[in-house]
Structures are given as C-alpha cells and as structure tokens.
Design a protein around this ligand. Structure first.
Ligand SMILES: O=C(O)CCC(=O)C(=O)O
Ligand SMILES: [Fe+2]
Length: 299
C-alpha cells in the first residue's frame, strides 16, 4: 500500500510500489489517485441514472444492488478514470505478456442498498473457461464514489489468493475490507478472490468498477454495442482502440479484413481490400511456406 500524488504525472512515480503490491499480494490500494473534482463530476452525471435504474436480479449481482454499464457514454468524465495513466501502466504490465493489446472489459456503476448481503466471494477470471494459475486474464479497478467502510459493504479482498493460489480448492482464511475514500483506486488481479461486503448502514454505497482484459478475449460487456461507431467516432483514437476499434494480431476483430477503426471515418468505402495483420512469427511461417512452394516449383 502507498500514497500517490494526485497529479497524474507524479502518480506514475508510484508505479513500482503499486506493481510490487499488485503482484505480491494480488491487490493494491491507491489512495487519492483521482482529484475530487473528477470524482464529483462523474458522480453528478451518474446520480440520476442510479435513481432511474431498477434493482438487479439474481444472487450474484444481488437484489439489493443497482448496476448499469456503458459508462463512457453516460458521462464525459468516465474516460478520465478508464484512461488513468498509472492504472493503464499497471494493466499493461500485468497483461502485456499474454496479448498484443489490452481491451476494456467492463465499465459499470454499482450501488449497494442498505441490507445488501455479502456477495459470493469470487475470482473474476472464472468468467472464462481457459486454464488458470499462470496467465492473468484481467485487472479490476474499483473507484469508490462514496466512502468504503466495513459496515457499508466496502469490497472484501483476500490477499495472496491470486496466481497459482487460485488453483487451491479451499478459500483462503484471511480477508480484509478495502476501506478508503472516493478518489482512491482499489486495484486487483482477475485471479484475486474478492466480493462486495454487506451494507449494514442506512445509506447506499456507490462505486464504479473498470476492468481491463486480454485483447483476444470476449469482454464481459459487449463493447461494440455499448459504443457503436456513431458513439465511438467522438472518442480519441486510443480510447476507441481500448473499446475494440482495433485488431488483435492475427486479424482478430477485423471488419472486412481491416481494423474496425475504419468505421469511425467519415466515409467508409463499400469495397475494402482485406490486409493481413499478422504477428512476426506468423509472417515468418507464411513466408517460409511460400519459399518452399517456390523451390518445389509449385504455383
Ligand atoms: O461491489 C463490489 O465491491 C465488488 C463487485 C464485484 O466484485 C463484482 O460484481 O464482480
Ligand atoms: Fe468481482
């Protein structure tokens, strides 16, 4: 755990300590990462949406909770959270070894009402069926919009439950409440056991969760539907890429054989030449095959 300067540039100085905690304990708390100005602006935009949103159904989401996604089109301030440089640097470091590009997995607002019970402790990586224990699939960031306390349902984290510890059947004994104030970021790996606490107060607990995953996975929230071209056209290119307007080599997520970013242009050609977007090892294998065909005199 450590404290960062609220200035973005300075906050990158906290990278080493944050990274050490994230990989050593499976999570880290970054107090005061986001200036109050931004937290309040986001909270103001989301207030009427919380009011208008019906309660969730089902025991995982919880009947005493409200949730809504698509935060990048709900508030112009959401991008400041989604693209926080220190967070993106931590995500890149955690996931970069397993993919070409990271992508936004989910940007969702969560409200816990009084008497919301404790959430089922879970690992968010279990939404995907691949092998676990070595590859990290996602990084989660909870940004509280109200204080998080033990009594109002602050997120419960099981330190050191990540990585290969996720393969152990029995849940770890030790847990803690990530108590903190708005402006803080609670960052944890997809392999880290966690869940919302129970709200035993008279007021609601609000937060947004922003998660990032490997660029070749199916994201939890359908990003292309949350941000169709008409919406994503107004995003800066790096944000558009984060929500899926890019290809993951080889050729994944293409539109007519090119990057779907073509759909964000003013004019989209009706007929488009498909262009390989391969990783270096694919280029080499394909070129070697072509050379061998030539040697054998095949067309
Ligand atoms: O609300 C929280 O504190 C955690 C929520 C969560 O982990 C989830 O919904 O996957
Ligand atoms: Fe979760």
């Amino acid at each position: 755990m450590f404290t960062t300067d609220t200035k973005t540039a300075a906050s990158l100085q906290g990278f080493e300590a944050a990274s050490a905690a994230l990989h050593g304990e499976g999570w880290c708390l970054l107090p005061g990462l986001m200036p109050n100005l931004h937290v309040e602006a986001l909270a103001n935009d989301l207030n009427p949406i919380f009011d208008a949103t019906p309660f969730c159904q089902g025991d995982f989401y919880g009947n005493k909770t409200k949730r809504f996604g698509s935060l990048l089109r709900r508030s112009a301030h959401a991008a400041t959270f989604v693209q926080h440089p220190l967070i993106l640097a931590l995500v890149q470091e955690a996931l970069g070894a397993y993919c070409d590009t990271i992508q936004l997995n989910l940007a969702q607002a969560i409200e816990l009402y009084p008497s919301a019970p404790v959430q089922f402790p879970h690992r968010d990586q279990d939404m995907w069926q691949g092998a676990k224990g070595e590859v990290e699939y996602l990084v989660n960031v909870m940004w509280p919009l109200t204080p998080f306390t033990r009594s109002n349902g602050g997120t419960i984290i099981y330190p050191e439950s990540h990585g290969s510890a996720a393969l152990v059947e029995k849940d770890p004994a030790g847990s803690l409440v990530a108590a903190c104030d708005p402006g803080s970021a609670i960052v944890f790996l997809g392999s880290t056991l966690h869940g919302a606490g129970s709200n035993r107060t008279e007021t609601t607990r609000r937060a947004i969760v922003v998660s990032y995953c490997l660029g070749w996975l199916k994201p939890y929230e359908n990003q292309w539907l949350a941000y169709p071209p008409a919406i994503a056209r107004s995003f800066p290119p790096d944000l558009a890429a984060l929500v899926g307007y890019t290809q993951h080599r080889p050729n994944l997520g293409n539109y007519e054989g090119v990057s779907p970013a073509i759909l964000l242009q003013d004019q989209v050609p009706e007929h488009i030449a498909a262009i390989d977007a391969l990783r270096p090892e694919h280029i080499e294998i394909v070129a070697a095959h072509r050379r061998s065909q030539k040697i054998e005199g095949r067309p």
